[in-house]
Design a protein. Sequence first.
Length: 264
Amino acid sequence: MRKRIFHTIIAATAAVMALVPLGAPAQTARGDFNYDGVTSVSDLTFLIDYLLMGRWNEQPMDLQRDTITVNGVSFVMVHVDGGSYSPSEGVTVTVGDFSIGKTEVTRELWKAVMGGTATTDLQLPVNQKSWNDCQEFIARLNELTGMNFRLPKDREWEFAARGGNRSKGYIYAGGNHPRLLAWYRGNGSSHNLHPVAQLACNELGLYDMSGNVNEWTEIVPDVNSMAYYRGGDVDHVVDWCEISFRGTRDINTYFNHIGFRLAL
C-alpha cells in the first residue's frame, strides 16, 4: 500500500511539473516547490518529502517569497508583515513590514558578490566576518542588484525569529526542542559549521535563526563602535540559541562563529 502511494505521488508530481518549463523563474514557476529559482528534479524530491514527512508544518506555502539571483547564485527573501511582540512583561515592540533572508548568507553567495576561489563547502554559512565586512558585502550586492539590502534591525530579527504574526511562542526559532532545529554544542560536531537549512525552520519558513552561526544586526544605539548579534552558534551552549539571547561586539571583531542574514 505504501509503495503504491509513493508511486502515485511521483506520477502526480511529475505530471504537474511537466506543465512548467525547466529553468522558469521562481516567481512564476508553479513547479518551483523548493523556491530555488528553477524547476528541476530537486523540486520532486522536495514535494515527496513535503507530502510524506509532514513538511507542511515547516514550510508555510502561502507566504510571499522573492528569489534574487546575482552572478548565477540565487537566494530567497521572505516577506514579513509588520506587527508587535512582547520581549518582556509590560514591554511591547512594534515593527513595520520588511523582508528577511530565508537562510544565513552562504559562502556561495559571498563568493558570487565578493569574488574568491573557494569550490567546497559553499552551502555553509559565511563566518569570521566583522560587522564592517558585512557592510562592504551589502554595498556591493546593492550595486549588482540595484536593490537596498541591509542588515536586519535587532527588533526585526527577533520578530522574525519568533515567527512574526504566526508566532506560537516558542523558546527557540521554530520550536521548544532545540535538537530538531539548531546546531549548538552538544547537537552536531562542536566547532563545525553545517550547511544552511538542514534542520527544521520556524513559522515563517526561516532556517537557522537558532544555532549554526551568530548573526550580526544593527548598531547599538548611541554606541557607534558596537553592534548586536543574535541566534547562538554551533560552539556554544543551547541557551545562546534562545530567541531572547542578545550579545554585543565591536564592529571590527572577527569572531569565528558569526555571520549574517540579509534584510530588505
